[in-house]
Design a protein around this ligand. Structure first.
Ligand code: ADP
Ligand code: MG
Length: 689
């Protein structure tokens, strides 16, 4: 239950002065529906409104002046502003301009001869200095209302920053002092203020230092949020641990499978497998993430884990986000397993009627030891005789509930999630804090690195000519068109146009896939390409992560400067899978900015996804440079995952320690921590999640 002391913060924004039915939706869009949401809205910059002199007016800067109204100048044409001339009594004039019919009202409010304080951005208009729509224009007696330093908040159409600021300050007034949830010694060491004082300083900055994410107040508030989140993750992990599972020991099947492979496992694969085996044998339910760059060899590791489960007389499910990926996994593992007498079925949305019924039956009666498939696997009619392991490829492509539905098809089903999204190590805890992580950080030997080059777009004709020559010799190529403009339609047209052009040059045989295509149609084109019937595949960024087309050796990426580094790396990972030399051409529109150049350079120099992600993070700082939101990254309010990344691991340790000492959060500090979780909505999920 929510503690009463928090009620004022959890009141709707409509409880604030001036937030009626018209303004409320704007506030909700900007911050959220609650007073608390405004309180957590951080200002992004400052305006200094210290008094200026007429002599010192600088174009483009904010000035605050004491003036006397000299005259009103009504507009002479419709588009012209109403102008007020004002002077400072000795040195000069400034014009205040107002568009859109404020006239008579302005004349009444600011009669000639009246003394006023005015503040706003100065512009030059012909030979005069003017301020268009001053931020403040008040009688001189009210000069105190013009803040010397004003925090600027994010705004939205119809809700200017100053209104937001007013509302935030009202929210701040309602913020109570709360019992301290942070460790006293740690606070003292970091010299951090209390929660209430930190909010005060956040919303009443006295200088640039205060609004920096590195200010003591911001770090404290960021840490609060990180801790709330890490606590919830640790609680979730503990809840899962509470489900006992029958221990599964490594059997002989895995050894026989391994012996049948044409190559040896890499050290990283062996390490990952032994971590998984540790979990399976532990008597607790496994929740492990297998992280590994594209092509690092995750599939064989999960197959060997499945083998142990099969040896124990249990079943395994292997789920992938798309039909084509599921099919590829099936084609990889089925022959190996079937050679050892294990039946493997492939179940996707394509299976219909009798054939489908037969597969569902085999899963139910246990004649199928492994079921590979798509979303079709977790449908209600699919029941397992003895499911013990759920492997989920590209785990972020599934919702939490979808993963859970598959896991619920057995008792204490072990979860092995797989991901090729290179999350920098520093951020890993925030995304996967409730999972144990194994990393495959070494690629199988014998890969020839993909030769990567940046090419300015005016050289596209040469690129196409070279492509044509390569295709004539039997090569296959991906051609990626970005999805970046405001309108998906326009991006699509660009891709279609490119496909048409390439068809003209190549003489047909160019496929096109994009996000708006119906699934089966897309699968069909992808399959044609995978089977070598199409030499060139033009695609928007939908090229399925993980798709394996060993014969594809050329990757062309248009407007490469507009992609995230991690994304470029993943796209490049589509080639270089076979024996032949591969190349990746990053086509960019010149001139290339300094950062863009550095980014493309990183890509040219390294092939390690994790290193690339880490470098990208350093280079680009805040925002969402890695497309983290898409990979399940939490949307923090006050914590900045980049600026505060040094605090992430500390928060995770802190959370672990807190729960070890006070698992139910019953101590005085525990109670305060529950308040903190409430405040940020980071609450432990229900048991079994
Ligand atoms: P990913 O981690 O992207 O899912 P895959 O499991 O698809 O990677 O493996 C990529 C390719 O590497 C496959 O063709 C697989 O057969 C091969 N492979 C996996 N492990 C090894 C190894 N230890 N030595 C050589 N090749 C390997
Ligand atoms: Mg894979």
């Amino acid at each position: 239950m929510r503690p009463e002391i928090l009620f004022p913060l959890f009141a709707p924004v409509t409880s604030l002065k001036g937030v009626g039915p018209k303004v409320a939706p704007l506030v909700e869009k900007l911050a959220g529906p609650l007073v608390r949401d405004l309180l957590f809205l951080a200002p992004h910059s400052l305006v200094k409104r210290r008094p200026s002199s007429f002599m010192g007016l600088v174009e483009g800067e904010v000035a605050t002046l004491t003036v006397t109204i000299d005259s009103h100048m009504p507009p002479r044409a419709l588009q012209q502003p109403w102008r007020i001339r004002a002077f400072d009594g000795s040195t000069g004039f400034v014009t205040l301009a107002f568009f859109k019919g404020h006239g008579p009202h302005l004349e009444r409010q600011h009669p000639v001869g009246a003394k006023r304080i005015v503040s706003g951005k100065v512009e030059r208009f012909g030979s005069e200095m003017q301020i268009v729509h001053p931020d403040y224009l008040l009688p001189i007696e009210r000069a105190a209302e013009v803040p010397e330093i004003e925090a600027i908040y994010p705004a939205t159409a119809g809700l200017p920053p100053r209104t937001v600021r007013k509302l935030v300050h009202e929210a701040l007034e309602r913020a109570p002092e709360l019992p301290e949830w942070q460790d006293g010694a740690w606070l003292a060491r970091e010299k951090w203020p209390s929660w209430r004082a930190a909010l005060d300083s956040l919303h009443n900055p006295v200088g640039e230092a205060e609004i920096s994410p590195q200010s003591a107040a911001r770090r404290r508030l960021g840490y609060d949020e990180l801790l709330a989140h890490q606590l919830a993750l640790a609680q979730r992990k503990a809840a899962r641990r509470a489900h006992p599972a029958t221990p599964i020991q490594a059997g002989t099947l895995a050894g026989r499978l391994e012996a049948a492979l044409p190559w040896k496992l890499t050290g990283a694969q062996i390490r990952a497998l032994s971590e998984i085996r540790g979990d399976l044998a532990s008597g607790e339910r496994m929740s492990r993430l297998l992280q590994g760059d594209v092509g690092s060899g995750k599939t064989v590791v999960c197959m060997l884990a499945m083998a142990d489960v099969l040896d124990a007389g249990r079943q395994a499910a292997f789920m992938a986000p798309t039909e084509i990926l599921a099919r590829q996994h099936f084609e990889t593992i089925a022959p190996l397993l079937e050679a050892q007498g294990v039946r493997v079925v492939l179940l996707t949305g394509r299976d219909k009627g009798g054939a489908r019924a037969e597969k569902v039956m085999a899963i139910m009666d246990g004649t199928a030891g492994v079921a590979v498939g798509t979303h079709a696997l977790f449908q209600d009619e699919v029941r397992f005789r003895a499911l013990s392991l759920a492997v989920i490829d590209e785990q972020h492509r599934f919702g939490v509930n979808e993963r859970k539905r598959l896991q619920d098809k057995g008792e204490a089903v072990h979860l092995l999630a797989m991901s090729a999204t290179p999350i920098p190590r520093t951020l890993e805890l925030t995304v996967f804090g409730d999972l144990d992580v194994s990393r495959i950080d070494e690629k199988p030997p014998g890969r020839t690195p993909v030769a990567t080059a940046a090419v300015p777009s005016p050289r596209l004709p040469q690129v196409i000519a070279r492509l044509k020559a390569a295709v004539a010799e039997g090569a296959q190529a991906f051609w990626i068109c970005p999805l970046v403009s405001e309108s998906e339609e326009m991006d699509l047209m660009a891709a279609e146009k490119r496909a048409v052009e390439l068809r003209q040059v190549m003489g047909g045989h160019v496929g096109l896939v994009h996000g708006q295509m119906p699934g089966p149609e897309k699968d069909h084109v992808m399959a044609e390409f995978a089977e070598g019937r199409l030499p060139v595949l033009v695609a928007t960024t939908v090229v399925e992560v993980g798709v394996n087309v060993p014969n594809a050796t050329i990757m062309v990426i248009e407007q490469a400067e507009r992609f995230g580094l991690a994304q470029l790396h993943q796209l490049r990972g589509r080639v270089g899978r076979g024996r032949r030399e591969s190349s990746c051409l990053l086509v960019y529109d010149p001139p290339l900015g300094e950062t863009a150049e550095k980014r493309l350079d990183i890509l040219r120099k390294t092939d390690d996804g994790f290193e690339i992600a880490e470098k990208d993070l350093e280079l680009r700082g805040g925002g969402d440079p890695l497309g983290l939101k898409q990979s399940g990254f939490p949307a923090y309010r006050l914590a900045d995952p980049v600026a505060h990344r040094d605090l992430i691991a500390v928060a995770a340790d802190d959370a672990r320690l807190i729960l070890a000492r006070d698992p139910a959060l019953r101590t005085e500090r525990g109670e305060a921590l529950r308040m903190l979780q409430e405040l940020f909505d980071w609450k432990p999920a229900g048991p079994g999640d």
